[in-house]
Design a protein around this ligand. Sequence first.
Ligand SMILES: N[C@@H](CCC(=O)N[C@@H](CS)C(=O)NCC(=O)O)C(=O)O
Length: 247
Amino acid sequence: MLQYTLFFHSGSASMIPHWILIELAHVHGIEYDTEYVSFSAKNQKSDQYLALNPKGVVPTLIVHGQDGAKETITESAATAMLLAARHPEAHLAPADVQSFQYAKYLETMIFLASTVLPSMRDWFYAEKDSGSNDSASIETIKTMARKRIGAAWNILETQLEGRPYLVENFVDGIPQPTAADYTFVILARWSRNFDEHALKWKNLKGLVERMVARESWARFMEQERLSDSDDPTWPGVPYVFGEVTRR
Ligand SMILES: N[C@@H](CCC(=O)N[C@@H](CS)C(=O)NCC(=O)O)C(=O)O
């Protein structure tokens, strides 16, 4: 039975729930489908899409319930946490919500969502969101965004010291990644053209390497039609595709 529909655009914030859905489908058999939102056709601002998500951005996740009931969820970090909560068998969050580990998981997700994600938006959308074409002002916005991201990488580098994943999450004595690690890797990938490229931080690089070694990463790149061949430092095999028609 169809459980989710994800409205996504390649390479964007919808990567966060998309990768998690692929992991859940592959390892745990959940069923989902996707709808591509073309930015070049401005589909994210169409009346039809705005009726679904008045923010006019991706991701939008539809949760299908019984008897045709549906709920619409937006905000990439919220969709990641929702999927983790709805599929405890995947151990994408510490099981005990009363534990210190769960508290750390909440803190890490909120830090990524409230500090790193908006700074990424500021960098990528400095011109569009400010409406300014003054290059000095744009540069100031972008510099501030990159400095915030670099400061966040310092925090996460320390958090990772001596452990494989951002949050302690043992299952039968084996550490497991949480939704925070999936979210982080997408943010790290977006930093690849910055001076503050996350791979320059030793522990962050180790985390990225562990996460992209998951089988779901290759499937995810395939589904997003993305290639990392523009970044030779990114670990793993560069994915090179033929003509990309879905835009
Ligand atoms: N806070 C939102 C931000 C989403 C967001 O800004 N998405 C961008 C892509 S990364 C988007 O849809 N941009 C299209 C636009 O702004 O027109 C989230 O994390 O889901």
